[in-house]
Each structure stands twice: as C-alpha cells, then as structure tokens.
Design a protein around this ligand. Structure first.
Ligand code: GLN
Ligand code: ZN
Length: 756
C-alpha cells in the first residue's frame, strides 16, 4: 500500500496569518508569547488540513518564522558574530536580527544577504560561514515542533536541509576558502540531530539535497557520498529528496547512498518509472513526486494512474506518493476562492487539494477503481480543447513569427544616429525608471474604485491629477526624459494581467517571497491576447502636458511570464511569444500616439535561468527573442529602453546585448559601478543608464557622491553612451526625499556636462 507524504506545506497560513503575526511582533503590537501562540495555531491548522486531505506522513520543520535555510543555520548554531546576543542564546530575536537586521529586543546591524532559492521566486537567507566556523546543536524548535505534532497524534517526518546543499548555499566570510572543509565539522551536529529525533520516536527523516538538480563537480559528489555514509544508522530512516530538476547525471551515485528511501521530482523532469524502480533497491522506498508542487493546475490523475500502476504492483509499501517538491511555492487552499468562475476553478488545485489528489490516486492504486479518478480529471481534459483556452488567431500569429520579427529595421549604430536627431537630448540625459511615490491617496483611490465607491470617471480624473503632479515635479527638476509615474498601477505585472486575455487573479493565492513578504502571482490559463490598448491613454495624456519627451512604460514578456503561474500545457517560449506579440501591438500604438521613447522592463530576465548551466544558452536565446519581438515593431527613430535591477551581468551580458535595447538602465549604485565591468569587458555597444543612487533607502545622495559615481561609470563606458538615472522605480519612496535626491542628480549631471 503506497504511503502519501508531503515534502513541505505553505507556512504563511490560509489568510497570511503568519505575515500579520510577525509584522505585529516587529511593530511591538504583540509580544513573543502571542507570536509563538499564533505560530502554533498556524502549524496546527496546517497539519489538520494535510491530514484531512489524506496526507499520512506530515513534514515537520517546514514551518519558519522567516526562512527554512535560516532555521538550519540556527539549528547548527551558525550565527554571524554581529547577530549574536550577549548571553549567546539562540532565539526568535536572533532569527529576526539575521533576517532583517533588527529585532524588537535591540541591535540594529546589517541583515544577512538574501538570494533566490534555486529557480523559484522564494528567497532564502544566505548562511555566512568562516574558515574557522564551528557548529553545535543550537535552536531547539525542530524538536519542540515534532513533539507538538506527535501530541496531536500525527505521524511525522522531520525535514532537514542537507549538509552539502547547506554548505553549497553558504557564503564565505573573512576570505575565500573551500566550504567543503567544513563538512567534517557539520556532520557530527547532523548526527546529533538525527539521534535526538530518533529518541523522540521519529521513524523517518527527510534530507533535502536539491543541489543534486545541478551539474556538480566531483568534490560535491564526493561530499554527498561522505555525508550519507555518516548520517546513516543514527536510529532513523533517511529519505533523500531532490527537486526542481532532473538528477539523471547522479542516478548511480544516488542508488549507492546508504539511505532508506529516495524522492524524485517527476514533474520538473521526465523519468521512466520502471528505470527508477529498478535503480532503487527492493528494500528502499521509492517516492515519486507526481503532482506539481510549484504550480496551481489540477493533476491528470487518470494519466498518472496508468503510469504508476505497474510500479505500484511491484513495490507495494515501498512506493510513496508526494508532490514534486515542497508546497511552499503553491497557494494554500482553493476552496477559499469565491470569485473565480466554476470552470476555471475546476482546472485548479492548491496545496490542500494536492494532498487530496495524492490520496485519491492512492485509493485507486489500492482498490483498482478508476472511476473517481476519471471524474476528477475530466475538467483537465476538457481544458485541453476548451475554446476559452485556445485562441486560434493567437496561435497562428505565434506560428508565423520569423527571425525578422525579432529584429529592428536597422542596426543600433544607425538607429541611435536617427534617434539623436529626433530626440535632441543633451549629453548624459537624465531620466527615472518609471514609478513615482505610490502615496496613500493613490492607493485609496484604487481601492475605492475597485469596490465601486468612486466612478471610473472619478478614478480617471484622480489618476490624471497624479500624472499632472508628477509631470510638474519633473519639469521643475529639469529632468530630460519624463515618465508618467505609474500611479494607475498596483503592480507591474498585475496591471497588465488584468487587461490581457488569458489571465486570472485569485483572492488568496499568496505565496511567500521572503520573510513576511508574499506575492499573489496572476494565473495564465489561456492564450494571451490584447483586447485594447493598456497604457496608451495615460501616456498620451502625460505627453500632452509637456514639451519634453515622455517615456512610455511597459512590463516585458519574460517578466510577465516568470512572475505568473503559467500554463502546464504550453511551453514557456510559446507563452512568452504570445505575451510579446500583445506588447508589440501596444508599443506600436504608443509610437502612433506620439510617444518616442518606450521602456520595456525586464527585471525578471535573469530569474528565468535554468538550474543547469548547459541549458542557459537556449533559455537566453528565446528570452531575448521574446523581448525583441515586443520591441521591434517600431521605426528606427523610436527609442526602446529596458530596465533590470540587479547584480551579476557577467554570465548574461551576451544575451543583454542580444536584446538590442537602445538603452538599458540597471541597478549599480550599491556596487559602486563595479557591475559595469561586465559591460566594459564585453564592449557592450548600446547606451547604458547605470543607477546613480540606491532607491531602497530614504537617504538622499549628495551631489559629490553622484558625480563620483558618474565619473567612475565614464571610465568604463564612453560618456556619449551614458544616461543618468536612479537604480530603480521610486514607488516605495516618499516625495520629499525623491525630490531632493533627483534634484542632486540633476545638479551633478549639469556640473559634469560643463566639466567633461
Ligand atoms: N518601471 C518599474 C518602476 O519604476 C520598474 C520596477 C522594477 O524594476 N522592478 O517601478
Ligand atoms: Zn528595477
């Protein structure tokens, strides 16, 4: 009889209760006891939801006040010196100090860095380890949560981030060193943890080693072998879990690890179940992650049944069924959604429903009755041929796309000359990235409009007033290229999703992004098309207010794709092309409306990078092509900008050049322009606007500081090709500091124009 288990459940609560509890604690509105009590209630609800759905073995240790990698650091007592408290105690405030640089009980110190968790939109806290790092049994929460769940009568399976992935994700502080030298110090603590769990009566422990989805060098492969050799026989059975991509290159290593079970993500990669079943010995558990843990689609259980039946017959108890990965990346419960239409809803499954899918599957595999599976999956099949999903004209348009559609009329050198003549901008043109402060009044107006408190005409009038205000401010500041300020946008993806066909929005479909921050990604359920212009009226209005150039503002196809839940019945490049075509029409219409500069933001361009380096090239090619399709419908004189806000261009600089935007604005101020090295080394040919101040803080940069940064930039990029702008949009800032910072930016630029 197969066992249904889970790799992890969303920790945020059905209605983001955890977010509100933590933020109330940070604000001093509730005390530690109250926070603990609310966390406990969320855990109890999560366990009950899973158990009711039919999950037999519950993950423990998936709950986190901030992040599960940070939990691991605390468990191992790897606390950076600056975050330690005087008593050397590890507690909730230690955790918040590391995660966000402060906690209610004192200490303001730089938080640890945060970065993307593999190829998801979740961000973890990067462990900071020194060459002298020691580890010891630290935070006890895992053990108390095991006790808590056992007291409620549940069968539990604690989940640990494996030691090798932990080291892989860590950063060296105090100089580079080989992180794997720490393995022998870390393993004894893992052994202690396992022994302690064994003493609590735990039978199974899940060890996550997601780095198996990467291309690993021999040092890491050896480290994994060593690790499992030492973790085995500590009184518990070990289930090795990998996810987010296939582990085909490591299958023989995996088969030789002395573990009692192995889990495979069978959604992110294709496996032949028979091959896996033969590879994993007849004494080991084979766990198949057959339901997508990262997306929101109802599973085709009939299809899964057919694939699983032969394996189930052979393996009996030694087949386990699970979601592909932790459900952390999936919203909690579809049954809360009251505003999605019934048909669309019948195509979806959130975390709770995924548990139920697995138990339905198990029941059919045991009893052989497939009728319930057929009934459950019939909407999935209906979806495939639904007229609503399939838009033949969109499909035909995508099919007809050629290389030429991804190309501007002339090469950059010719275009930029025509643009210079048409736009007549000074040396070092100044601009901003798009948004201006999203004030309380703006957000209130949007809410009022949504609930019908104010009419569309009132809303429009109010937004126009905001646009006028932003334009007047920019004119007073004497910026060269203006923006309308994005007052009408709640979010840079949601705004477009709401206007495009093929998108839906949930009410409670939140997923954790980092710490207490959650996002509610749109759902792309059908072929994407543009019904009407989305931004033209706002941009035209803004342009009518000024003689300066008004920059149109769009979100790019790659970013819309990666910040949404996407279809599982269509490949990513095709979805990106559909969005690109919709945007292309918008770009052309903006041009027709007299907008001569159009920015297409792609902050998620890097996020889409596949885990395996060998697949980067093909990703970068289709992603850059999709961008170019959106940008290439215009004449040479129209200037296309793009914007990206990070770090790290070295490995994608060729693709950035391949996007062929006339101007790219990037975030550089915090790296002191070092980021430009990648552009310099590559001899990046087009124009660049390296951000000259950090918009993440209200601090106002002074003129000398900005000048020094521009000087530095001019050493790396010819000054004729440089633009001057902040790092990113200003929506999270207030007007006073925005005004002052931009004033200094303009003064610095004007002084430099005289000096250079
Ligand atoms: N145009 C957007 C803004 O200014 C860009 C946001 C982003 O890069 N994330 O807000
Ligand atoms: Zn940005």
């Amino acid at each position: 009889m197969a066992t249904v288990h889970n790799l992890g459940f969303p920790r945020i609560g059905k209605r983001r209760e955890l977010k509100f509890a933590i933020e109330a604690y940070w604000a001093g509105e509730i005390d530690k006891q109250e926070l603990q009590a609310r966390g406990k209630a969320i855990r109890a609800e999560n366990w009950a939801l899973q158990a009711q759905a039919g999950v037999e073995l519950l993950p423990i240790g998936d709950f986190a006040w901030y992040d599960h990698v940070l939990n691991t650091s605390l468990l191992l007592n790897a606390v950076p010196t600056r975050h330690q408290d005087q008593a050397g105690e590890v507690n909730l405030d230690t955790l918040f100090r590391i995660g966000r640089g402060r906690a209610p009980t004192g200490c303001t110190c730089a938080a640890s860095e945060m970065t993307k968790w593999f190829n998801t939109n979740y961000h973890y806290i990067v462990p900071e380890l020194t060459a002298e790092q020691t580890f010891s049994l630290g935070w006890q929460e895992l053990f108390s949560q095991v006790e808590e769940a056992q007291a409620l009568g549940y069968q539990v399976k604690p989940v640990l981030l494996g030691p090798v992935t932990y080291l892989y994700l860590a950063k060296c502080v105090g100089g580079e060193f080989d992180k794997l030298t720490l393995l022998e110090r870390i393993l004894p603590v893992y052994q202690q943890v396992l022994a302690k769990l064994a003493a609590q009566g735990v039978e199974w422990v899940q060890i996550d080693e997601p780095i198996l989805a990467l291309e690993l060098d021999s040092a890491y492969r050896t480290a994994l072998k060593t690790s499992f050799a030492q973790l085995t026989a500590q009184g518990v059975k070990l289930l090795l879990a990998s996810y987010f991509d296939g582990v085909h290159a490591h299958l023989h290593d995996i088969a030789a690890y002395p573990v009692q079970g192995v889990h495979f993500d069978c959604v992110a990669a294709e496996y032949d179940f028979t091959v896996l079943s033969e590879l994993i010995s007849s004494e080991q558990v084979l766990s198949l992650g057959v339901v997508n843990g990262r997306n929101i689609w109802r599973a085709d259980l009939s299809k899964l049944f057919t694939a699983l039946q032969p394996i189930a017959a052979v393996r009996g108890d030694l087949l386990w069924l699970a979601p592909s990965c932790s459900l952390l990346h999936c919203p909690v419960d579809l049954s809360q959604e009251t505003q999605l239409d019934e048909e669309l809803k019948s195509w979806l499954a959130f975390a709770v429903q995924k548990g139920a899918e697995l138990s339905l599957l198990k029941a059919a595999l045991e009893g052989g009755d497939v009728a319930p599976l057929r009934a459950y999956s019939s909407p999935v099949q209906a979806r495939q041929t639904s007229k609503r999903v399939n838009n033949l004209s969109v499909q035909a348009r995508v099919a007809a796309l050629t290389a030429a559609d991804g190309q501007r009329q002339s090469p950059f050198a010719l275009r930029i000359a025509k643009q210079a003549a048409a736009l007549n901008l000074p040396l070092l043109p100044t601009t901003t990235i798009g948004s201006f402060p999203q004030t309380k009044a703006i957000r209130q107006a949007r809410r009022d409009f949504k609930v019908g408190k104010i009419t569309a005409a009132d809303y429009q009038a109010q937004m126009e007033a905001e646009i006028r205000y932003a334009v007047e401010e920019q004119e007073a500041l004497d910026l060269d290229v203006l923006v309308h300020g994005e007052a009408e946008r709640n979010d840079m993806v949601e705004y477009f999703g709401e206007l495009l066909n093929g998108f839906a929005f949930s009410q409670f479909g939140w997923v954790q992004s980092y710490g207490s921050r959650c996002v509610k990604p749109p759902i792309i359920w059908g072929d994407v098309s543009r019904e009407q212009a989305m931004t033209v009226a706002w941009s035209r209005y803004a342009q009518s207010l000024t003689n300066k150039k008004m920059k149109g503002m769009l979100t790019g196809p790659v970013t819309i794709l990666f910040w949404s839940f996407i279809r599982d019945d269509l490949d990513k490049p095709t979805i990106a092309k559909q969005i690109a075509l919709a945007l292309r029409d918008e770009v052309v219409e903006l041009q027709e409306a007299g907008i001569e500069i159009i920015q297409i933001d792609e902050p998620a361009f890097r996020e889409g990078m596949p885990l395996k380096a060998s697949q980067w090239q093909s990703y970068l090619e289709w992603a850059a092509y999709a961008f170019r399709v959106s940008a290439s419908g215009v004449k040479d004189e129209t200037q296309i900008h793009t914007h990206m806000c990070y770090s790290e261009f070295n490995d994608i600089i060729a693709a950035i050049a391949d996007m062929d935007a006339d101007v790219i604005t990037i975030e550089t101020s915090r790296s002191n322009m070092d980021l430009l090295n990648a552009f310099e080394d590559f001899a990046y040919p087009n124009d660049i606007g390296p951000g000259v101040y950090d918009i993440h803080t209200p601090n106002v940069p002074d003129v000398a500081w900005i000048k020094a940064l521009i000087h530095k930039a001019a050493e790396k990029v010819p000054v004729e090709r440089l633009w001057v702008n902040p790092d990113c949009g200003l929506k999270t800032r207030a007007w006073p500091e925005t005004r002052e910072a931009l004033r200094n930016m303009v003064i610095a630029t004007k002084e430099l124009r005289e000096e250079l």
